[in-house]
Design a protein around this ligand. Structure first.
Ligand code: TPP
Ligand code: MG
Length: 428
């Protein structure tokens, strides 16, 4: 075919994504496709990825609009387990609430809530084995809560106080808890993806049975690390579960900037030839079922899975963010997949296993418990009160033998402190 003459062509132009609603607009989610429960039945865990492409475009659901759990994805959890899930999500909510306030009170510099997406860290962790390795982003504090990591340790880290096991070296909320199978949180988006694959490959090459699970946000899928991790995992059939918490926002950028206008995040799996599931992220049972399916698959050498949880970031990105500047305040209330805590509560009530009174009592009990722990943590220090690890500790733990230049710098710091506070000075 002959080339068209340049003069006859309209000028090229780019598409710049724009969110549908801005502050002041009335959000309308009537075009969000919410299929009935069990439209796509749960496939065999050994299924070939090419046979389940439709699952990457659907939405796995278990809890229907009538709050009943039905369909082939129903994990069939008993009431005690459901109540435990509710307790963990409410603990997480109480913790987030107190720590957010603590930041507003000047007790820490920074905090990030997971409001509205609690199911994606709590239900997933419950579906894993205790010794499976988790590679979180900064919004999966629910993993630690679910694995019974002491809340006081989390608070000590947030306050960077003298009880902080990380000695004030990480930004508040960037926890690290090896004994709890919780890899150190990194502020650099998506670095945990290749790390999880490396860990999973090491597990397989040692002939172990433990698998890795990794989380990132919708915006983070645009990072190169996301794609190299998927390539490695696909090539070596690594026992790893990739999870994308699609809460539709990356700070003030809507998910369109990560490609959501073109296809789903779960559909990224298709290009790599691995299994992809798109799941209602506010349906705890669907989230649990998806993770259980993917974990069984990974554990039986059937390869990696990419799961997208479709959810909504109910509050600001962090304490440094005000979402009223870029999205309508009513969006969360209008969001058609609801709230994960409310939906689990309604399900338990529909089963006759819960009621409003018990719910209120549990929420109060957990909030009081978190408050009491906070009091204890604050005895170890809060921001600006000087109760932190001594300055010289910042030079430790990097080299086995401290090199001369660090020794020199350390001595300088101590001298400055003595000049300032007198020869008796000692850091607390
Ligand atoms: C490599 C890198 N680029 C940019 C940032 C700045 N940043 C921090 S959080 C964030 C948004 C990430 O959004 P998403 O992946 O959707 O996760 P969410 O916050 O919604 O959980 C950005 C751009 C960063 N920390 N690291
Ligand atoms: Mg996001």
């Amino acid at each position: 075919m002959a080339q068209r003459p340049k003069d006859n062509l309209a000028p090229l132009h780019l598409h710049v994504p724009e969110p549908k609603f801005r502050p002041g607009d009335k959000p309308d989610f009537s075009d969000v496709f919410v299929p009935p429960v069990d439209v796509i039945a749960r496939p065999d865990e050994a299924v070939i990825p090419a046979d389940i492409h439709n699952l990457a475009y659907g939405l796995v659901r278990v809890l229907g609009d009538d709050n009943e759990a039905t369909g082939s994805w129903n994990p069939g959890l008993d009431a005690d387990k459901l109540r435990l899930m509710l307790r963990k999500m409410l603990t997480l909510r109480a913790f987030d609430d107190r720590m957010f306030r603590a930041q507003r009170q000047g007790k820490t510099s920074f905090y990030m809530k997971s409001y509205g997406e609690e199911a994606t860290s709590v239900a997933t962790t419950m579906a894993l084995q205790r010794d499976d390795m988790c590679f979180p982003s900064y919004r999966q504090q629910g993993i630690l809560v679910t694995r019974d990591y002491p809340l006081i340790e989390m608070m000590n880290q947030i306050y960077s106080n003298r009880g902080d096991k990380l000695k004030g070296r990480q930004l508040p909320i960037m926890y690290s808890a090896k004994d709890y199978g919780f890899f150190s949180v990194s502020g650099n988006l998506t670095t945990q993806y290749p790390q999880a694959v490396g860990w999973a490959m090491a597990s397989a090459s040692r002939g172990d049975t433990r698998i890795a699970a990794v989380w990132c946000g919708d915006g983070s899928t645009a990072e190169g690390d996301f794609h190299s991790a998927l390539t490695f995992a696909a090539v070596y059939n690594a026992p790893v579960i990739f999870q994308v918490v699609n809460n539709q926002w990356a700070i003030s950028s809507f998910s369109g900037f990560a490609g959501s206008e073109r296809t789903t995040f779960a559909a990224r799996a298709i290009g790599y030839g691995i299994a992809g599931l798109r799941v209602d992220g506010n349906d705890v049972l669907a989230v649990y079922a998806a993770m259980e399916w993917a974990a069984n698959r990974a554990r039986t050498n059937n390869g990696p899975t990419l799961i997208e949880y479709f959810t909504y970031r109910g509050e600001g990105h962090s304490t440094s963010d005000d979402p009223n500047a870029y999205r309508p305040a009513e969006e969360y209330a209008e969001w058609p997949l609801g709230d994960p805590v409310d939906r689990l509560k309604a399900h338990l009530i529909a089963l006759g296993e819960w009621d409003e009174e018990r719910h209120l009592a549990l929420a109060t009990e957990l909030s009081d418990e978190v408050k009491a722990i906070q009091k204890e943590a604050e005895k170890n220090g809060i921001l600006g009160h000087g109760l932190h690890h001594s300055f010289e500790t910042m030079f430790e733990d990097v080299f086995e033998d401290m090199p001369w230049h660090l020794k020199e710098q350390c001595e300088q710091v101590l001298e400055e402190q003595r000049d300032k506070f007198g020869s008796e000075w000692k850091a607390q």
